[in-house]
Design a protein around this ligand. Sequence first.
Ligand code: HEC
Length: 424
Amino acid sequence: MRNARLHVLLLALAATVMVPALAAAAVPENPTFHKDIEPILQRSCQVCHRPDNMAPMSLMSYQEARPWARSIKNKVEAREMPPWHIDPKVGVQGFKNDRSLSNDEVATIARWVDTGAPRGNQEDAPAPVEFQEFGAWTIDPDVIVSSPPHTVPAEAGDWWGDYIVPTSISTDRYIQAIQTKAGDLRVVHHALTYAVTDPESPLNDSSSDAFLNEYAVGKNADVYPDGTGRLLEADARVRFSFHYHSVGEEVTDQTELGLVLYPEGFEPDHILYSRQLGRVTGELDIPAGQVTRHDGYTKMYLPGKLTGFQPHMHFLGTRQCLELIYPTGSTEMINCANFDFNWHIVYNYENDNQPVYPAGTTLHVISYHDNTEANRGNHDAKNWTGGGSRTVDEMAFGWISWFDLSEDEYKAELEARKAKTDNE
Ligand code: HEC
């Protein structure tokens, strides 16, 4: 019995690794479910759209997907599904955990739906993907911090809120790996964790927090490269920031944050920081009936490497861009992402694509808020809106993750990248 279970688990892991990367084929003339659509669902949808997971319906088979065909077409054409809002036409591309669809894949789905969503031949079906059990640690944590039990009623509006929990760690320690494990995958729409370092910090003010980790479906632990760590200050508390949603039955969730720590007294060569940068100085001014733009700037005094970008606004936020202003005055647009308050997505660059910048570079964060009737997230388009920490107030900054480089490391990095481009 035990061996059989182990066998299943190993198969499951193998299958996870072998999710087929879709060949960048053009759009087939007569797409069928098994041949053309199922591989797309496996790679980009089923991680959430399967039983007992966050999405409202399963898309694991033809029978399950067929009734949703029209809705699937609408959602993928609107780029609302899968949830991934980076603008593919601007700046740096190549992110970890990127499940977004290519234009050809969207067109394939559209044509499949328009031609009656045929099933095709069972023989064309890809092998089913066995997804890893999420409720499992992929690291072996030294310390686990739990959020307090939170009961999500059977039926209620969505709940956004924070809990702040002490850790038992009383000296400065560096984190080597970190994972957030949702208690019940059905109700946790997102969970973000932060280190609260200001002991006076009120529950609703995260401005001096350091970002720790994001729980996202299908994402395993963040394991930092050797010699890289995140600082957890002595006696820091952990802020859990949740979005819970109801699923038709009462569920109590308790989410855990697991930490693998470097030994006491060890200081890594590179410290990974994540902070609110490019904050707008002064008031946000978002008049009723208008789309506004606000600009925030943060100067980086050391050379460095960006590892992640996560736009942060509230209901009215629709788009945010991150630009670098180099000491020479030249500028480079790094990324633009559409924004939907329902999804707090951290865009982590693939290691080879992490943008590198010299000392004296200014990070420029550009935020757009839509306070018109056209914005579906807008609850009252007749009111002026300003900054603040309630969800009905607005915010505008990026959670930016980076580490500093020495001048020598910066030069070496530039050389290495130049050599790589010259060889291409
Ligand atoms: C990260 C998890 C996740 C991924 C990946 C994902 N979805 Fe979803 N999907 C959801 C959630 C959650 C909802 C419920 C609405 C919401 O929260 O936005 C949803 C809603 C939908 C809906 C609307 C259902 C309704 O009630 O009208 C469709 C259609 C859909 N998804 C299709 C897809 C397709 C097709 C893909 C892949 C190309 C995909 N989704 C990928 C999580 C996901």
